[in-house]
Design a protein around this ligand. Structure first.
Ligand code: PDD
Length: 279
């Protein structure tokens, strides 16, 4: 494992320590980013840094670094990690302060960052698809912020694992929102449908890249609410995320999705996404 970054210094992971009064530890009071790196080049870095800025603003933590400084840090992390394909993790908390829910007056944000090797999703996931379950989305109403308070997501993902599935798709008030740690899209009557970007889901960078690809390659799509009924009769379902790219979901709540094998829209998007990565 390459050295990690904590508050201005690189050090071995074992030496990177945060005081127990860090608000990230006490309250989950922080935000984060995960950026995929292929062949030592970060994919869509500016979009990730834009989203980090949005998350920081949303939780009212002053951005501790300029855009140039974030980029320099990401470059340094990439250089220090030996694997050519990596994921970069950036994490900012409100800092160390006596325990009080209200913001401290003069805390300095804690900045932690690391790089680790990133393996592509297992081949079997792409050839056969994965299983997903559904559950009521019991998270809060600021899901557009990528916060480190992930307890609801953790519980929902574990429900999937307990059921022998890989992801849990979330339903709020009869509509699909996203996955516990991914975005979700469906194909209904030949149309690719993506739940709209609003406060109910994270605006995934992979989601945005997939819709860009669909637009450029004339794959019919719409960004609009997806009902639970549409989810259940979809011919294809897929999840997207920076670390898992695009993965077909071929079993939902124990029932086959469409023919129970990865569908043509998902396969086409996957191959175009590989091209996008290479460019
Ligand atoms: N999670 N929605 C949620 C709730 C997520 O946690 C993620 C990704 C996404 C996909 O966003 P993106 O395409 O930008 O990775 C959507 C990351 C990978 C994680 O928490 O590790």
């Amino acid at each position: 494992m390459s050295d990690v970054y904590l508050n201005g210094r690189f050090m071995p992971m074992e030496q990177a320590q945060v005081p127990v009064m860090d608000r990230g530890f006490i309250f989950g009071d922080g935000v984060y980013e995960v950026i995929p790196v292929y062949d030592r080049a970060p994919l869509a870095l500016d979009r990730h840094l834009d989203r980090l800025a949005h998350s920081l603003e949303g939780v009212r933590i002053a951005n501790p670094k300029s855009r140039a400084d974030w980029k320099a840090l990401v470059d340094e992390l990439i250089t220090r990690e030996s694997a050519v394909n990596q994921s970069i993790y950036l994490h900012v908390t409100r800092g160390v302060a006596p325990r009080d829910h209200a913001f401290p007056k003069d805390a300095t944000p804690t900045v932690f960052a690391m790089a680790k090797p990133m393996a592509p999703p297992p081949l079997q996931w792409l050839s056969e698809g994965i299983k997903a379950i559904t559950h009521e989305d019991f998270r809060w109403l600021k899901c557009d912020l990528k916060t480190t308070s992930l307890l609801a997501n953790v519980l929902l993902r574990q429900m999937a694992v307990d059921a022998g599935a890989t992801e849990c798709l979330l339903i709020r008030d009869g509509y699909l929102t996203e996955g516990a740690a991914s975005n979700a899209m469906v194909v209904v009557d030949g149309l690719l449908l993506a739940p709209p970007r609003n406060h109910l889901l994270l605006p995934g960078i992979t989601y945005e890249l997939v819709l860009d690809i669909a637009a450029r390659h004339h794959i019919p799509f719409a960004e609009r609410p997806v009902t639970e009924a549409e989810l259940r009769r979809a011919s294809e379902i897929m999840m997207t995320s920076s670390t898992r790219e695009i993965v077909p979901i071929t079993t939902l709540d124990g029932k086959p999705v469409g023919n129970g094998i990865p569908g043509p829209v998902c396969k086409k998007l996957l191959s175009l996404y590989q091209e996008r990565k290479r460019s």
